[in-house]
Write a protein that binds this ligand. Sequence first.
Ligand SMILES: Cc1cc2nc3c(=O)[nH]c(=O)nc-3n(C[C@H](O)[C@H](O)[C@H](O)COP(=O)(O)O)c2cc1C
Length: 362
Amino acid sequence: MAMLYSKTSLGHLALQNHLVMAPMTRSRATDNIPNSLMKEYYAQRGEAGLIITEGTSPSPNGLGYPRIPGIFSPDQVKGWRSITDAVHDKGAKIFIQLMHCGRIAHPLNLPEGARVLAPSAVAAAGEMYTDAEGLKPHPVPQAMSGEDIASAIAEFVRAAENGVKAGFDGVELHGANGYLLEQFIRPNTNQRDDGYGGSMENRARFVLEVAEAVIGAIGRDRVGIRLSPYGVFNDMPLYDRMEEDYTYLAQQLNSRGLVYIHLVDHSAMGAPPVPDAIKATFRELFKRTLILSGGYDAQRAENDLAAGKCDLVAVGRPFLANPDLVTRWKTGAAVNEPDSATFYTPGPNGYTDYPALPRAKQ
Ligand SMILES: Cc1cc2nc3c(=O)[nH]c(=O)nc-3n(C[C@H](O)[C@H](O)[C@H](O)COP(=O)(O)O)c2cc1C
């Protein structure tokens, strides 16, 4: 079990091990501002090589869910600054996940004046939670104008610049799980007939323009992206040309030189399996760091690293439930199980109160 816990690098960054804490929305950011409770939570998990934060909105329009943080106001930058300092003190590096929810939003979750936007006016099936009125049907989003697209790109750039100001080592563009970037990639949500819709070259344009603009602002070693080929979360059905489309994306992202691609596999959460072939395609076509995630335990992580399937492994729920996950996996200690009832509830319960092993036993 050597590789998982050995030092490595990500672009110019030195990482203390190969384990990444996967991005997880925890909905503790009252008023969308990162706070001291969140600082405690992230600092507790500072044994990771790299922490990727919960999805964080680049703008008021992107704040689809209740109590998710933003990175567009001075108070948000200040709140995040104290978190990045605390995490760095523990030896981990930290990227902020930039998540624009697009159509996965409800006006009741948005600040006054913000709009539910998407490539096309196609509502997601089903309902979403609001603090004000509980479950509500997904609204029909407004189709973005050319001006809206330009503004959204500018918002990602400002958010990335704010992230650097707040002490982050980089940003992860959330191109997975049915949020705005993936809404442009997929044909069910992108029915545009301008240069941003139709062919895959056009459906990939927004994602690539965001990536290029953010790289232009903060440098390619600070920009990664998360993608979910074959993902169906948030009403994103499978379609025939999926493999070709994501192969194109792998090539294009490789030529932009992003520091990493982070692939999602939610088959451990009941989603359809992600074919090994598409992971292998990304491995072959993308020359920088590849992160795999989804359903990993220590043994599988070690095996996939040793087999060269990826460079880093990201872990979600085990990190959520075990602040000292690295120590526990390394020593073969028992692990706490996550309690899904408190994944998104306010306050410390099920958040900062998962116990670490007593120090003497470490
Ligand atoms: C409570 C919770 C919140 C999540 N929020 C996000 C998120 O904000 N952004 C994201 O890309 N993935 C999110 N995910 C998905 C995880 O990053 C990860 O892909 C998933 O949990 C599977 O990995 P695991 O089996 O190691 O938990 C979330 C998962 C959970 C359990």
